[in-house]
Ligand binder design. Structure first.
Ligand SMILES: Cc1cc2nc3c(=O)[nH]c(=O)nc-3n(C[C@H](O)[C@H](O)[C@H](O)COP(=O)(O)OP(=O)(O)OC[C@H]3O[C@@H](n4cnc5c(N)ncnc54)[C@H](O)[C@@H]3O)c2cc1C
Ligand code: SF4
Length: 486
């Protein structure tokens, strides 16, 4: 076994791990980043959908329902494959973390500066009119006609050239993922990144971190002696890593409290070409139905999304000739995500091979609100002049009029009857809270009863955020790691 030594080990290099590595390295520590995925650069991102999906993504399915969960799996993590949308942490979410989860320290005056720091570090910037592609414009038009609140969202890009390949790694280097921001900053401050090296276990002795054990892609084993470990392997892996390290025996909350933004697609065919594969993959949001930022809605967002061939084919209804007909209309399709702020809670356990197994059952009220979201998306596209609307059902004739929605869409949705139920916004499993009776780590991200172990990724968040979460995760990682040893 190869033996190494570091002042700090950061496990993962995405929205949590990137800033953690930069902040710890810039504080003078010798930092080693263990990243399970490969190290690819901008030149490797060739925009081929099938190839990039296979090389850059990690996915799993919820037990029983098959709901797909996706994350990035390379240096830079999900920030390499995400859509670059940026939202600050909603004040309602922060208030709930204080009032319901005992995180009294997270007052706006202590939290907002970290959001501001992350915002600047990744160059979050408003969408300018020249970037609004027809795909986004169709959603905005429908919302305007119906009088619904809608807006262009901020994106973390610098010099975006509208290629629409954000989910396959930006081939121009415009998207300011952690691969291009925090990871190079960490390296300039002396951090070493071991790619294709998967952390298997954090070794604790007498309640304190002693080492992290990992395995390289070629099977070679590595042990890094360290007094400080930051878990940032994402919700797909951090709770499982803590369980593999025996922390579940000390604290039953490890793996509990999983929460998602469950999502569905609605597509619509317009008489004029939309060419929804060009331009930023996502940029326009209907906020009318959100329950954050002062909106008192049921708790979902509608956000336009690209119509890449593979992803669109997976989500369009029908089989055989009906599916083929829908796919032939690809240049005329616009598409939106219905992004739900779930109220369900799930849990992560280990399977016999030590991998995470996800249990998550949407509540009846979640499915009812998802249905509301699908109806709103269909109404929006019809108001914008769509000739046909495709709902996220396995099989149905496309809608051409609003009064058909209730006959086509079952009154009660079930996960089994939905096409393409998925989530890419993942929260919890090792959440912050006031006491070990209710949480895994404290407000500083420090794991209860394990000196030197911190959780700095999406797993640390006590609830979902109601909007795209990367800025919240970046900010929290900066806050936690700047506080270590301060
Ligand atoms: C397709 C997609 C689109 C999205 N769009 C947006 C968006 O537009 N805006 C937004 O705000 N959010 C978006 N998100 C969500 C956002 O990117 C994530 O919430 C955020 O990146 C999660 O940060 P994280 O640190 O928890 O995990 P990640 O960023 O996923 O990083 C985890 C890293 O850990 C590595 N890893 C896993 N296991 C191990 C192990 N055992 N050892 C070492 N390394 C390990 C992984 O390879 C990965 O690199 C999107 C996500 C996806 C997948
Ligand atoms: S749209 Fe902009 S951010 Fe997305 S891949 Fe193209 S250049 Fe990169």
């Amino acid at each position: 076994m190869e033996r190494l030594r570091a002042d700090a080990v950061v496990i993962g290099s995405g929205a949590g791990g990137g800033p953690a590595a930069a902040s710890l390295a810039e504080s003078g520590r010798r930092v080693l980043v263990l990243e399970a995925g490969p190290s690819l650069g901008t030149a490797d991102f060739n925009g081929r959908e099938g190839e990039m999906l296979a090389r850059l993504f990690h996915n799993t399915a919820v037990e029983g329902t098959g709901q797909a969960i996706y994350a990035g799996a390379c240096v830079g993590g999900s920030t390499v494959v995400n859509d670059a949308l940026c939202w600050p942490t909603p004040p309602e979410v922060l208030a709930a973390w204080r009032d319901e989860h005992g995180l009294d320290g997270l007052r706006p005056d202590r939290w907002d500066p970290w959001v501001g720091q992350a915002w600047r570090d990744v160059h979050a910037s408003p969408v300018t009119p020249g970037r609004v592609n027809k795909n986004a414009a169709r959603l905005a038009e429908g919302a305007d006609r119906l009088g619904w609140a809608n807006e262009g969202m901020h994106r973390n890009v610098a010099g975006c050239s509208n290629q629409g390949l954000c989910n396959f790694g930006c081939p121009t280097g415009a998207k300011q993922s952690t691969l291009l921001t925090y990871v190079p900053r960490a390296q300039r401050a002396g951090a070493q990144v071991l790619a294709e090296t998967r952390a298997e276990r954090i070794v604790l002795e007498a309640g304190a971190v002693r080492a992290v054990e990992a395995r390289r892609a070629d099977g070679a084993r590595v042990r890094v002696e360290t007094p400080l470990a930051c878990a940032a392997a994402g919700v797909l892996e951090t709770p499982a890593l803590l369980l593999r390290s025996g922390l579940g025996e000390r604290n039953p909350n490890v793996g509990r409290g999983l929460q998602l933004h469950s999502s569905l697609y609605v597509a619509a065919r317009f008489p004029e070409p939309v060419h929804g594969y060009y331009g930023p993959t996502m940029l326009w949001g209907i906020t009318e139905f959100a329950d954050v930022f002062g909106h008192g809605g049921p708790g979902f967002m509608l956000e336009n999304t690209a119509v890449h061939p593979v992803a669109t084919a997976m989500a369009l209804p029908g089989f055989g000739s009906r599916h083929e007909a829908a796919m032939r209309a690809l240049p005329y399709l616009a598409r939106t995500v219905v992004l739900l702020r779930d109220r369900a809670r799930g849990r992560i356990e280990l399977d016999a091979a030590g991998r995470g197994r996800f249990h998550y059952a949407l509540r009846a009220e979640d499915l009812a609100r998802l249905r509301e979201g699908v109806v709103a998306a269909a109404r929006c596209y019809l108001a914008a002049g769509a000739e046909e609307v495709y709902l996220p059902l396995l099989e149905h004739a496309p809608l051409v009029r609003e009064d058909q929605i209730d006959t086509v869409l079952p009154e009660r949705l079930t996960p089994a009857g939905l096409a393409g139920l998925y989530a890419v916004h993942l929260f919890g499993g090792a959440a912050m809270g006031r006491t070990p009776e209710r949480a895994v780590c404290d407000v500083r991200g420090a794991v209860f009863g394990a000196t030197g172990l911190y959780v700095v990724d999406g797993s640390a968040l006590p609830t979902n955020t109601g909007v795209n979460p990367q800025i919240t995760i970046l900010a929290n990682a900066l806050r936690i790691t700047t506080g270590i040893g301060a």
